[in-house]
Write a protein that binds this ligand. Structure first.
Ligand code: GLU
Length: 619
């Protein structure tokens, strides 16, 4: 069935005007969009990030003829300056790309790796007990080989048209000239203050004059500007085998604590780990959901498999014709089931057999779906299924898998769509907000603590544990950069930060958009709930207010979490329009922009305009 087309009379008339006035192919500079906006509609390309400066940098690239890959790398480099606690060259991420010319989706795995010297017991103490989480985070031990610089080069070489040097210029300018500190940046610094004070270089950089940066002040990072200039001049070789590599290894092996601060555990990273680092291209995950093709990130991320499995389960139910509460009940149950399987089966595929094809098969989904009772919530945690290729209906229960607790708002996701239809959906991170807390002295960036994403100790000796540390292994991730096509044509893309809640944020937003018929900005803004196979569902306060009693009557129990995720997305609307969507409130609000704005301010955009939410997929 072709993708339904809505008559967007008013919108399309505006598009025609915009095309006549410049059009997507024009190299006219982007109209400035300094304000943080949750919704923008227009032509020429769309960018959505958590930050207005990064969105502007991405839009400038598109307006000067760069494509979605060029703009995504440039915006990511800008985020390394303005969101240094969530993203940067000291971390890793996953880059999912739709190439309009070949109509294919490809992914880059820029996940950090464990040092070759790291064994399965790396996060156990001398007595064999798991290290306290914070102790592991704030240490050299948690630092994995960073994948972000290699991801940027690979993205540009494989999909882009710009050089790394050109793509870094926006970030260099921002680092030199500075950005205006907002409440979110100040609060994130405050939340990390104790950790940052443990490391001299970090305190010097992020606590200027030993105090929290003031809201409204300008924050510059000349060291990072210099580091970016080095990469712009010489490529990423200095990072993986030259002077930067030496500094990184030295810093990890002997973390430079501040005078008087307690010593932290040293790390195991060596020059060989950096020298051998690769960011391989991987096949995306793919499921069909109501006639749409949903592509995601394959293992070592559990994002694509878990979102995909949950969608397959949900497809067994006619959500489009159900009232809100049953839709949400099914969403929570499908998510719990998919998480049970994620926890049992997903890890780095180079180290364990991940039954990915079975986890994403419709037959397995049908078997899993029969565990859902429309009138009563399953007891959580629930048992993993058996993705062995032999499916009947409603198999006997086995032992439950262990669920996951609440996650913080670390990491960042950016989404870019260009006028040709190329899409970059890119989630990057240094793991916790503020990462390991260890800045490489004189280089302007914080090192990740990604290796704490490994499972520290075997929880259930009767099952193999797919996510224990091992030499060179990539820890299991939840990052879920997602692209949705219809018959090979671009429809939408999205992603979010938030640890394992990333998966539920992406899943819930897709359900909101496809089954609940919200436009993408509304789908992102809607109150969130995250069921990751735990006894209680993490929910935002507004979710409880709206649906709490009705879902409690079905047996769901809740734990309040002030904020879940910080999503961004873009959508190709009928009539040649692009929509960019970001958070209105969460994390201080994100920033959605288009190269040629056809609707002006969010008020004029009429966020309730049904033209912004054309029906997607089959009901
Ligand atoms: N390290 C997390 C993951 O890869 C992302 C960090 C976060 O968003 O909390 O799943």
């Amino acid at each position: 069935m072709p993708r339904p087309r809505t008559t967007l009379v008013a919108l399309t008339a505006l598009t025609a005007g915009a095309l006549a006035a410049g059009g997507p192919a024009s190299a006219a500079p982007a109209e400035p969009s300094p304000e943080e906006r949750a919704l923008a509609v227009g032509t020429g390309g769309a960018v959505a990030t958590v930050d207005a400066d990064a969105t502007r940098v991405g839009l400038e690239v598109l307006a000067s003829g760069g494509n979605a890959a060029d703009a995504a790398v440039a915006a990511a480099a800008a985020l390394g300056v303005t969101e240094p606690y969530s993203a940067g060259i000291g971390g890793g991420g996953f880059f999912v790309y739709y190439d309009a010319a070949t109509r294919t989706v490809t992914t880059i795995d820029g996940r950090e790796t464990a040092p070759l010297a790291m064994g399965a017991g790396a996060f156990l103490d001398e007595a064999g007990d798991p290290l306290p989480f914070d102790e592991a985070v704030q240490s050299g031990l948690s630092v994995g080989t960073p994948g972000t610089p290699r991801t940027w080069v690979t993205a540009l070489e494989e999909f882009g048209t710009w050089s790394l040097s050109d793509a870094l210029q926006g970030g260099i300018r921002l680092a030199d000239e500075g950005f205006v500190v907002d409440e979110t940046f100040r609060q994130q610094t405050a939340d990390n203050e104790e950790k940052f004070r443990r490391f001299e270089a970090t305190a010097e950089l992020f606590l200027p004059n030993r105090a929290l940066p003031e809201v409204g002040s300008v924050f510059r990072n000349p060291d990072l500007a210099e580091t970016y200039r080095l990469l712009a001049d010489k490529g990423v070789d200095p990072f993986y085998s030259g002077e930067l590599a030496e500094d990184i290894v030295q810093t990890v092996q002997d973390p430079p604590e501040a005078a008087g601060a307690e010593e932290v555990r040293p790390g195991l990273l060596e020059g060989i780990d950096l020298a051998l680092y690769e960011a391989p291209l991987r096949e995306p995950t793919r499921v069909e959901y109501r006639g749409l093709e949903v592509y995601g990130m394959a293992p070592p991320s559990s994002g694509g498999s878990t979102v995909g499995e949950a969608l397959n389960v949900l497809e067994q139910f006619p959500l489009g014709s159900l009232p809100e509460v049953p839709v949400l009940h099914h969403y929570l149950e499908a998510s719990a089931l998919a998480f049970a399987d994620r926890n049992a089966y997903v890890g780095d595929p180079a180290y364990s057999q991940v039954p990915l094809a079975e986890l994403l098969s419709d037959d397995f989904a049908r078997e899993r779906a029969c565990a859902i009772d429309p009138d009563a919530a399953l007891e959580k945690p629930t048992a993993a299924g058996n993705p062995d290729g032999e499916y009947g209906l409603c198999p006997a229960e086995s032992e439950p898998t262990v669920g996951e607790g609440t996650e913080g708002p670390s990491t960042t996701h950016l989404t870019v769509g260009d006028a040709e239809g190329n899409i970059a959906s890119y989630t990057l991170t240094i793991e916790q907000t503020g990462g390991s807390g260890i800045t490489v002295p004189g280089r302007g960036f914080i090192l990740n603590n990604e290796l704490t994403d490994f499972t520290f100790a075997v929880a259930d000796p009767t099952r193999p544990e797919p996510n224990l540390p091992a030499p060179g292994k990539r820890p299991r991730s939840s990052m879920a950069p997602t692209i949705v096509l219809h018959e090979g044509e671009p429809v939408l893309a999205l992603g979010s930060p938030g640890g394992s809640t990333i998966i539920t944020t992406v899943l819930q937003t897709l359900v909101n958009r496809i089954d609940r018929h919200m436009n993408l900005a509304e789908a992102i803004a809607a109150p969130r709930a995250s069921q990751r196979n735990t006894a209680t569902v993490s929910v935002e306060p507004a979710f409880i207010d709206a649906y709490g009693p009705a879902l409690e009557a079905l047996g769901h129990e809740f734990t309040v979490s002030e904020e879940i995720g910080a999503a961004t997305g873009i959508e190709y609307l009928p009539g040649g329009l692009l929509l960019a969507a970001a958070e209105a409130e969460r994390r201080g609000g994100g920033s959605a922009g288009v190269v040629h704005d056809v609707l002006g301010s969010p008020e004029a955009a009429g966020p309730d305009d049904p033209g912004l939410a054309p029906p997607l997929g089959d009901d």
